[in-house]
Write a protein that binds this ligand. Structure first.
Ligand code: FAD
Length: 579
């Protein structure tokens, strides 16, 4: 049954404003609009009603108490880099933007512990730890911008998960604010304890549906002293799988074991050019071992190399020094930039199967466009070799047929391939609002019923992040209307943006305002609304565009290579002429 939520009246907004202050409470349409764009298809009906940017746990406690009293949905948000619409708002309500709560509270090397607030960016933490010889290992592709709070809420992984595990392996304790406003500490700062049910782990990966994470105690590790990387290309994906199974069987634990399919490699070599054009096309395995000494690493790498070579790769290259390593790693890092040039939209899916099923599943995924008879849709496959696949769909969200094909492809992927192979709907991105319809297929109704009971225990009025199927059965609200460009030339503006958010961490005006609309991604979302005639040119929009410093830092971090500088300059010219 869909819970009844209430609209937020002006009087109630005033009460929220009293809690956070005028400068941290926004109900104007332009600011709210920017929060409805994420790494998935834009939904016109998912625009939140109110944006709140609290400064501390106490304010969050008061916000939740009030929202609970008035039955208003609250969706926590870090940097909004979710690829499964986690912080999007199909039931509208409040977005609780946590990016202003971002202190590294303590670094305690002797106890191998750091304590952080949820808005701390993953790379910022590692930059502080590196000179001390330590690191926090989970490293999502979005580490330059993802918040630790978002990583805990989604149990994020990364390219080193094969050896170092995922976020949950490092969380010692959490401070959490529950929907009734109670603030609780879960977990412990010691390394071993069995004195309670493991409530902390229930919060990890709960995607903001049970409580808001406001403080995090993390384990850290010493940095490895040496490492060695190789790239191997196979004609047949089954040979690659067989090499990886043997590596596992022999007990070798690479810190990095990454896969790219043929379409990814082709896109990458065309994008990077130079020596990359010498690579033959095939399935790529990037493998690295690290350790405490050069001797240990050389020995492990030599064992790994022997195993891989026996499986007949058609090409291999071993990095002889750090510079060569960086070049080879670039091939992996360039996946999304390269793919995003093939079609306007790049949607990265996420699922995991047992390694023994990997080759067979990859073959099936490659055939999806043919199976569903899609003409323009492409699928490329990236994979962390714990069996965590990222089938990446490339299409044009402004083409109605492409949208239909994309949705068919997702359905085919989960219903016809992943679930029948005994896999899971998400390895690290979360269920979000995209995979809720398939959740029961994976778990069955009895487990869903238990999850609903857990949700009711923590959040009886279901105000926290509604639309995420963990703990609810309500269908997702979607009423996508076709969007018509006012002027075809405006296609030039913003439409290639995959909304990954890589631009937000370095943008001077975003750093100053700490508000989505005042980031390059936010400004592109605003321009997107203007070119479709869904936003009017208001004073607020002029201010948003005029506060861009035109420094072009966002262009350098944009995977799709969008000419943000040119776009924002042109937009400002238009505004100036209209005045
Ligand atoms: C290009 C790209 C590459 C990526 N690569 C990876 C990868 O390798 N591995 C991986 O795991 N993910 C990856 N992601 C997905 C995403 O970046 C991660 O899930 C990341 O951890 C989300 O952090 P965020 O701060 O952006 O959270 P958001 O996207 O803002 O939120 C994610 C979810 O967490 C909830 N949430 C956020 N903060 C809190 C909080 N303090 N308390 C309670 N709930 C909260 C939100 O409600 C939402 O459900 C990638 C994304 C992109 C765009």
């Amino acid at each position: 049954m869909t819970p009844k939520y209430n609209k937020i009246s002006k009087q109630v907004i005033a009460q929220f404003e009293q809690i956070v202050g005028e400068e941290s409470c926004f109900d104007n349409f332009e600011i709210r609009w920017a929060y409805s764009f994420g790494g998935t298809i834009f939904e016109r009906d998912w625009i939140p009603d109110l944006i709140l940017l609290p400064q501390n746990s106490l304010q969050i406690s008061k916000i939740l108490k009030l929202a609970n009293k008035y039955r208003i949905p609250v969706t926590p948000r870090g940097s909004g880099t979710s690829l499964s619409a986690g912080p999007m708002t199909p039931y509208r309500g409040i977005v609780l933007d946590l990016s202003r709560i971002k202190k590294i509270i303590k670094i305690d090397i002797e106890n191998n512990l750091v304590e952080v607030e949820p808005g701390v960016i993953c790379d910022d933490l590692n930059k502080k730890l590196e000179p001390l010889g330590y690191f926090f290992p989970p490293d999502p592709g979005s580490s330059s911008v993802a918040t630790i709070g978002g990583m805990v809420a989604t149990n994020a992984g990364g390219i080193q998960a094969f050896k170092y595990g995922v976020t949950k392996n490092y969380v010692l304790y959490l401070e959490v604010v529950f929907p009734d406003g109670t603030i609780m500490n879960l977990g412990t700062n010691v390394l071993k304890s069995v004195s309670s049910y493991n409530l902390k782990d229930l919060i990890i990966g709960s995607e903001g549906t049970l409580g808001v994470i406001t403080k995090i105690g993390l384990r850290i590790r010493p940095l490895p002293k040496a490492r060695k990387l190789g790239m191997f290309i196979f004609e047949d994906v089954r040979d690659l799988q067989s090499a990886v199974l043997k590596i596992r069987k022999e007990g070798i634990v690479p810190n990095l074991l990454e896969f790219m399919d043929k379409l990814v490699l082709k896109a990458v070599t065309e994008y990077l050019g130079g020596e990359f054009l010498d690579f033959p096309n095939g399935y790529v395995l990037l493998a690295e071992v690290d350790g405490e000494s050069i001797n240990e690493v050389e020995e492990n790498f030599s064992n790994l190399f022997d195993i891989i070579i026996q499986k007949n790769p058609i090409y291999h290259k071993i990095a002889k020094n750090n510079e060569e390593r960086e070049r080879l790693i670039l091939a992996r890092k360039a996946n999304l930039p390269a793919l995003s040039r093939l079609r306007p939209n790049t949607c990265v899916e996420d699922c995991t199967v047992q390694l023994t099923h990997l080759a067979e599943v990859i073959k099936k995924i490659e055939k999806i466009p043919e199976k569903i008879n899609a003409k323009n849709l492409l699928v490329a496959i990236i994979c962390h070799m714990e069996g965590n696949l990222h089938p990446t769909f490339l299409f044009n969200e402004n083409d109605e047929q492409d949208i239909i094909d994309f949705e068919k492809a997702i359905e085919f992927l989960y219903k016809e391939i992943i679930i029948p192979a005994g896999g899971t709907l998400t390895g690290e991105h979360g269920i979000g609002k995209i995979k809720t319809p398939y959740l029961e297929l994976e778990h069955g109704s009895e487990i869903i019923d238990i999850m609903i009971k857990i949700k009711e225990l923590f959040d009886p009025n279901r105000i926290l992040n509604p639309g995420i199927g963990k703990g609810e059965k309500q269908p997702i609200r979607k009423s996508r209307k076709s969007r018509l460009l006012k002027n075809q030339n405006d296609k030039l503006l913003s439409l290639k943006c995959m909304r990954c958010g890589f631009c937000i961490a370095t943008c001077p005006s975003r750093i100053h305002y700490l508000l989505e609309a005042y980031s390059p991604r936010g400004r592109l979302s605003i321009l997107n609304g203007l070119v479709y005639g869904e936003l009017d040119l208001t004073e607020v929009i002029s201010d948003i565009l005029n506060t861009c410093t035109l420094c072009a830092l966002c262009h350098t971090t944009c995977p799709a290579g969008i000419d943000t500088y040119e776009i924002f300059e042109k937009a400002r010219e238009i505004i100036y002429k209209k005045k």
